[in-house]
Design a binder for this molecule. Structure first.
Ligand code: HPA
Length: 275
């Protein structure tokens, strides 16, 4: 008999297919805090509120909209998770990654994610973009803890290249063509919901992090477990390592994300066109 998670995924996908019978999307997109506007570029075929979807958690954070959107972007069928689930909201790691697994079961092969992140690399400024080359997930709970169902993926997934090198190379070419400067670096995942202390930002930087954020790494682990190709980009919304006053607010994060969003949207749209 299939495990509970597989049964739930099949029920969820069955429901989604019963209300939306469009093209199977190859590309899945997860939009971060203050970065939901990419969905405006989508020629929408169907929007499903999370509360209608069996087994789906419901999003609670300001700046998140809570809809699964099917449509086309740059002429390609896509499915967008507009509003993601964070561990700090009280969801289990398994709930956080449930939508990623739903995307896999819907037929998605490539996953693009965005997030708002705090900059630690001294070269970063607020509003900059960073392509995630690698991540540190040791400070969050691994979503694969517990019994493994091999229908989802292997027991011990390789993580030597979580972010697809060819997608990174394509995105860099696109950014250069659009004359959008981009950094490339390591994203350190933390649970939040507190922003980091000065000492914590320093520690994460010394540990190899260029940016820090409260999302993405659990989703990427589940995506790689499921064999999806992953591309992710951070918008630097605040600077953790600076000498002057360093009070960081959610409002500041949302504002900086909103201002940088058109750049991110341009790169994502053209990357999808190039897939
Ligand atoms: N730290 C953690 N998460 C974040 C930050 C930060 O500075 N900025 C946006 N998300």
């Amino acid at each position: 008999m299939a495990s509970k998670i597989i049964q739930e995924l099949k029920e969820t996908v069955g429901y989604i297919r019963s209300v939306h019978a469009g093209d199977t999307p190859r590309v899945g997109i997860v939009l971060g805090s203050g970065l939901g506007n990419l969905s405006r570029e989508i020629r929408v075929e169907k929007e499903i509120p999370y509360e209608d979807i069996p087994h789906f958690p419901v999003s609670t954070v300001e700046g998140h909209q809570g809809r699964l959107i099917f449509g086309t972007l740059s002429g390609k069928p896509v499915v967008v998770l507009s509003g993601r689930f964070h561990y700090y909201e009280g969801y289990t790691p398994e709930q956080v990654v449930f939508p990623i697994r739903v995307m896999k079961f819907l037929g998605v092969e490539v996953l693009l994610l965005s997030n708002a992140a705090g900059g630690m690399n001294k070269a970063f400024k607020v509003g900059d973009l960073m392509i995630i080359r690698d991540h540190i997930s040791l400070f969050v709970v691994n979503p694969l803890l517990g019994k493994n169902d091999t229908e989802l993926g292997p027991r011990f997934p390789d993580m030597s290249e979580p972010y697809d090198r060819s997608l990174i190379a394509k995105a860099k070419m696109i950014a250069a063509k659009l004359q959008i400067p981009v950094h490339e670096g390591v994203y350190a995942g933390v649970t939040g919901p507190t922003f980091e202390t000065r000492a914590e930002y320093k520690l994460l930087h010394i540990a190899g992090g260029d940016a820090v954020g409260m999302s993405t790494v659990q989703e990427v682990i589940a995506a790689r477990h499921a064999g999806l190709s992953v591309f992710a980009m951070s918008v630097i919304t605040d600077l953790g390592i600076r000498e002057e006053d360093n009070i960081i607010t959610h409002e500041e994060v949302l504002q900086a994300a909103g201002e940088a969003e058109p750049k991110l949207t341009g790169i994502f749209s053209q990357l999808i066109a190039a897939l």
